[in-house]
Design a protein around this ligand. Structure first.
Ligand code: GLP
Length: 241
């Protein structure tokens, strides 16, 4: 595992965007897995700047989604599909034609999860998966005690994650209890994992993920098993390493 410690949030975004730009330079049609939450936003800002400056051509890039809420009405602005369209696809000039995501509104969710696994395989697998980390060490929506061998499935959120994510909704009651998420094994199939974290609130989770034991209670510790994992953190998030 490679650990990159930089000064601040903007620098985290630059380094992670640099990894994506290098990939796309070598493989213009790469499948890039993106993440929601506030941590990856500087990455998308940096990518959009590079595209606007003519330094990066993402016209052939394909984008896929890590996880999704279950039970939000279609078009809800906080569905992760809507967030990715707003934060990633539109700023980069991409359309939903180049986008793969799980269907959190399907009547048969297990079938939708299996279909998403198949779609990722059919697409040739994820070249680079960008990840944030929950304050409890979750990746995607794989909450503590998720199996390292898990595949895309329905999960129930912990109250801690619902509280963490309530800031995106009008109230805690509006935060769904259920989600679909790529499993830890699904995430680990990506050829390169790039986890970004900033701020003191992530310091404990980063220390456990990077230096703690391999443990299902810290889902992000699965990155220790991956042959090509990069953790990019600012000095606050690195403060307990
Ligand atoms: C959600 C997402 C995760 C993300 C986490 C942290 O739980 N499912 O993918 O890593 O939020 O978000 P933030 O970066 O806003 O702290």
């Amino acid at each position: 595992m490679e650990i990159v410690i930089v000064a601040d949030r903007a620098a985290v975004g630059e380094v992670a965007a640099g990894a994506i730009a290098d990939l796309v330079g070598a493989k213009p049609g790469a499948l890039v897995g993106v993440a929601t939450g506030s941590s990856p936003l500087p990455v998308y800002t940096s990518l959009a700047r590079r595209v606007a400056a003519g330094e990066l051509d993402v016209s052939q890039v394909r984008v896929c989604q890590l996880d999704e809420y279950v039970g939000l009405p279609p078009g809800h602005p906080e569905s992760y599909r809507a967030v990715i369209e707003r934060e990633v696809l539109t700023p980069l000039g991409l359309t939903t034609e180049s986008f793969l995501g799980p269907d959190g509104a399907a009547a048969d969710l297990p079938a939708a999860c299996a279909a998403y696994e198949q779609a990722l395989r059919d697409a040739g697998g994820v070249d680079l998966q960008l990840l944030g980390i929950g304050s409890d060490g979750h990746i995607g929506f794989n909450e503590p005690c998720s199996s390292f061998s898990s595949r895309t499935r329905v999960k129930t959120l912990t109250q801690r994650t619902r509280l963490d994510n309530a800031r995106f909704f009008g109230s805690l009651d509006e935060v769904p209890w259920h989600v679909v998420t790529q499993g830890i094994a699904t995430i680990s199939d990506a050829r390169h994992l790039v986890l970004v974290a900033t701020g003191e609130s992530k310091a404990e989770a980063i220390a456990l993920a990077v230096e703690g034991p391999l443990a299902a209670v810290t889902p992000a510790s699965a990155l220790q098993l991956h042959p090509h994992a990069t953790v990019i953190v600012d000095e606050s998030a690195a403060s307990r390493l």
